[in-house]
Design a protein around this ligand. Structure first.
Ligand code: FAD
Length: 404
């Protein structure tokens, strides 16, 4: 058993998922230690879209009022086929289903900084940055976690539960021997930020652009500047180089191919990444629970990774609070696994795999079917609302609640 001074819960990873779990457990009076191998507030370009269902959750946590001024409120999302606008959806159709019938474009590091500042104010949460979780084992009612601190020294910590919120390459998931089932796409994608104002060319703040030659996702992600930053996500062909000096030239070429202009684009940042569709074989192994990217990975098209990870975090924190403070049986943690693994496989994987297929569809018959379907949805308010209920992840939360 852990001794008196041990935390009840150890969290590996201080991304948005680990921070939400820490915040909720800490507020419930549970002693928590969170280890992060980095500094928590790194600003690599990643998530920027926060859907209505997640905004409701962040509002309940008191975070929404803090992030809204840092983001861009976007009720509209547009779908194109090449240059042809197929469909425009207004999240106002979700009034009555959510308190936030819009998407907030707010970069992940801004959310993390906000959640970190909130959680740091809670005395029973201990943060250990620059400290890497390297392994864990379970025995006699406790879990032992091995960490390597900044100076290189090894430490052992005990707790009742360990949460693996340590991202795609999760050490915790590997340490407990859970398979990460699925596949990785052969091609990489590129993400490019520019202060160029695509609104002047008629684009909304959120645009999905299907194209059999080269698809694009174009989002305004901040007001930085002003005029602010638009972000283009685009697949890389195998012959396109993204190493060293070539990366900037490739980014310029991608922007020019998307929207040719005589002048060069100013490039604020660029990065490339690989995309996988994977779900952990189980989200629970005894006293070890997985959440967020350590439990599931998906293509960013549709913006569901961080959003669904935050939904895991809330479900898991509420389950642990019922067990640790409400006397509920530990077996009830299996419900977390049943509900959230179902969402990962039946909602997020299905939607994101289909989104990518639609973006890059080369078969003319399937492409025409996609065009017709999007136009029909946009013209019929009932179909449009049903579509937004899925993309905004409201359906997935309600579906999970039905699982006992
Ligand atoms: C280009 C791109 C765009 C995206 N856009 C969106 C979007 O718009 N909306 C959306 O919902 N999702 C989006 N995503 C996905 C989103 O970024 C992830 O789903 C999200 O970061 C998952 O959060 P997390 O807390 O689970 O993991 P992470 O954010 O990866 O955090 C994991 C944390 O664990 C720490 N860590 C790792 N290993 C260890 C260890 N051994 N010991 C201690 N600490 C460790 C890391 O330092 C890190 O702080 C995007 C992803 C990419 C790549």
């Amino acid at each position: 058993m852990p001794n008196q001074s041990s935390p009840a819960v150890i969290i590996a990873g201080g991304g948005p998922v680990g921070l939400v779990v820490a915040l909720m457990l800490g507020r419930a009076g549970i002693a928590v230690t969170l280890f992060d191998q980095g500094d928590i507030v790194h600003s690599q370009p990643r998530a920027a879209t926060i859907h209505p269902a997640t905004l409701d959750i962040l509002d309940d946590l008191g975070a929404y009022a803090l992030i809204e001024p840092q983001g861009i409120v976007c009720p509209i999302v547009n779908y194109y086929d090449g240059k042809l606008l197929l469909a425009s959806f207004d999240h106002a159709l979700l009034k009555g289903e959510t308190r936030h019938p819009w998407v907030l474009q707010c970069e992940q590091d801004k959310l993390s900084r906000t959640l970190f500042a909130m959680a740091k104010a809670i005395p029973n949460i201990t943060f250990r940055t620059a400290t890497k979780v390297t392994g864990c084992s379970q025995a006699s009612g406790a879990v032992e976690v091995i960490v390597e601190a900044a100076g290189g020294g090894q430490e052992r910590h005990q707790a009742l539960y360990l949460i693996g919120a340590d991202g795609a390459r999760s050490t915790v998931r590997t340490a407990v021997g859970v398979e990460f089932e699925g596949f990785t796409y052969p091609e990489r994608s590129m993400i490019i930020g520019t202060p160029y104002d695509f609104a002047a060319d008629g684009y909304a703040y959120r645009n999905y652009i299907a194209d059999p030659d080269e698809w694009y996702n174009l989002f305004k992600i901040s007001w930085l500047g002003p005029p602010g930053i638009y972000r283009l996500v685009v697949p890389l062909r195998p012959d396109e180089v993204v190493d060293g000096d070539h990366a900037l030239a490739t980014a310029q070429c991608k922007l020019q191919r998307f929207n040719p202009r005589p002048e060069s684009y100013e490039i604020a940042f660029y990065d490339s990444y690989s995309v996988a569709q994977r779900v952990a074989a189980t989200f629970r192994k005894g006293r070890v629970l997985l959440a967020g990217d350590s439990a599931h990975l998906n293509s960013p098209i549709g913006a569901m990774g961080m959003n669904s990870g935050i939904h895991d975090a809330v479900n898991l924190a509420e389950s642990l609070i019922r067990v640790l403070c409400g006397g509920e049986s530990d077996a009830s943690l299996d419900r977390y696994e049943r509900q959230r693994r179902h969402v990962a496989t039946a909602h997020v994987q299905t939607a994101t795999i289909t989104n990518k297929q639609n973006m890059e569809q080369r078969d003319p018959v399937k492409r025409q079917r996609y065009r017709d379907e999007m136009r029909r949805r946009a013209e019929d308010p009932l179909l449009a609302k049903a579509f937004l209920m899925r993309t905004a992840l409201i359906d997935s939360l309600r579906d999970a609640e039905r699982i006992v």
